[in-house]
Design a protein around this ligand. Structure first.
Ligand code: SF4
Length: 451
């Protein structure tokens, strides 16, 4: 007998047959989500719950390992003609749960699929096409299909307004051409799954689209190893006068600054938009002379509301009226300062005055005044330059990139997180952010030795 394919597995199968086959035959080989991916999932669930409030009076079909029980509950609730959340159907070889099924005239229903993205993507159309096929095969008359997503123009002011934050697009016409292909694809997937051997699939762009595939570490191991072996080695070359000019332009004391930020689908604070990057932490090294040890200031928000007022208070206390302010890829820090000042205009003049003092210590690498074969023509990120130029790296740190820092901080904010674990995460965050600014100092010292 052919397997029934769930909606999520159908979408995995569209991305790659090997991924789909592994879900059924080698599940243990698929790693669980990392902290950053889990944070994305969690936000998706929050958006889903918020969308339900736009269809009040409904009932949720609770998740159960027992699919038949969920379908039976759905069947019973359908008769009540009220909104249904997570209504569950299985028919024609597929199994799907509807985020929201809303009763409309003449005994019909509308499908509302909720996504935490900011636009309709092709994969969303396949998602809803599969749902419509499944529900209609189960005898549910569907009128229209909508994709409800985040409106990225929404600005939170006071209580959250779900009507302003969420925008529903009618995709009934857009999915219509996809529906006839659904049974054809399902049959092909079922035949593939009946094979005992995993299909051979070449790696390629599909490994990252529409989603980063969880099997990348396995499938790409050989490619990554050969790329690592082929990475050009060699030594630094540099233009001493260009580096000297860059260093001579700096005004002491130097303030080496790095922000960590969070950007959530549902804006948490007044005067912020969906996915706006709000600073929750900074590290600042204050350098009087390159050869001396710097003073370090670490600030990490420990309140529960908007961190930006406290961030400005601490930053303005720490940064004097003169001296260069260095941030690696400074456009990021500049944007965060300007956005924060837009929300708190009392700091706008201070931010305006700070902008001409901002310097990017990545410029000597971006402008190829200092070159290394491993960087090639266009790469100059701090994570690449630091271990090539100094004896510092991120390898020993628990948190190694900004996305993980953001996801970890959301765990700190979560009241359910154990206090001891929260303390560990806060320490890890401070170590990570400190490395970014101390790393800048290490780079400046090396550059100083090149002039
Ligand atoms: S990494 Fe690429 S080839 Fe491997 S299973 Fe995923 S999508 Fe398929």
């Amino acid at each position: 007998m052919s397997r029934s394919i769930s909606k999520s597995k159908y979408l995995a199968g569209l991305q790659c047959p090997k991924l789909l086959w592994s879900h059924y035959h080698a599940k243990e080989a698929i790693p669980g989500p990392d902290a950053a991916t889990q944070a994305v999932f969690d936000q998706g669930h929050e958006v889903g719950r918020l969308a339900q409030t736009l269809f009040p009076g409904g009932t949720e079909v609770e998740w159960s390992e027992d699919g038949a029980a969920m379908r039976a509950t759905t069947e019973k609730l359908l008769a009540e003609r009220r909104p249904l959340y997570e209504a569950t159907f299985g028919a024609a070889g597929v199994f799907a749960r509807a985020d929201i099924l809303n009763p409309v005239e003449d005994g019909h229903w509308d499908i509302i699929e909720v996504k935490s993205g900011t636009s309709v993507k092709e994969i969303n159309l396949h998602d809803v096409a599969l749902q419509r096929y499944c529900y209609e095969s189960a005898g549910i008359p569907i009128r229209r299909c909508h994709l409800m997503h985040i409106n990225n123009q929404y600005v939170r002011r006071g209580a959250l307004d779900p009507h302003g934050l969420l925008h529903a697009e009618d995709i009934t016409a857009a999915i219509a051409p996809l529906i006839p292909d659904v049974p054809v694809r399902i049959q092909a997937m079922q035949q593939m799954l009946a094979q005992p051997v995993c299909p051979a699939v070449e790696i390629g762009e599909h490994c990252d689209a529409p989603y980063p595939c969880p099997l990348k570490a396995e499938c790409w191991a050989t490619r990554w190893a050969s790329e690592a072996a082929a990475t050009p080695t060699g030594t630094w070359t540099w233009d001493a006068s260009a580096i000297g000019a860059f260093l001579d332009d700096l005004t002491y004391p130097l303030y080496l600054l790095d922000f960590e930020t969070m950007g959530t689908a549902i804006p948490l604070f007044d005067e912020s938009r969906p996915y706006q990057q709000v600073p929750f932490q900074f590290s600042l090294h204050v350098v009087e002379r390159l050869e001396e040890e710097p003073r370090h200031i670490s600030w990490l928000w420990d309140g529960t509301g908007d961190p930006r007022q406290a961030m400005f208070t601490e930053l303005r206390r720490a940064i004097g009226n003169t001296g260069s302010v260095l941030a690696y890829y400074k456009r990021f820090e500049e944007a965060r300062l300007q956005e924060s000042a837009a929300a708190l205009p009392e700091h706008a003049a201070w931010v305006d005055a700070l902008m001409p003092r901002m310097v990017d210590p990545g410029d000597p690498f971006r402008l190829r005044a200092a070159r290394h074969p491993a960087l090639g023509e266009r790469r100059w990120s701090l994570k690449l330059v630091l271990p090539l130029l100094t004896d510092l790296s991120y390898d020993a740190l628990e948190i190694q990139d900004g996305c993980s820092a953001s996801a970890e901080f959301l765990r700190v904010l979560d009241a359910k997180t154990d206090p001891a674990e929260r303390a560990v995460v806060r320490k890890n965050l401070e170590e990570y952010c400190r490395q970014d600014t101390y790393g800048m100092l290490a780079i400046l010292r090396k550059l100083d030795s090149m002039r």
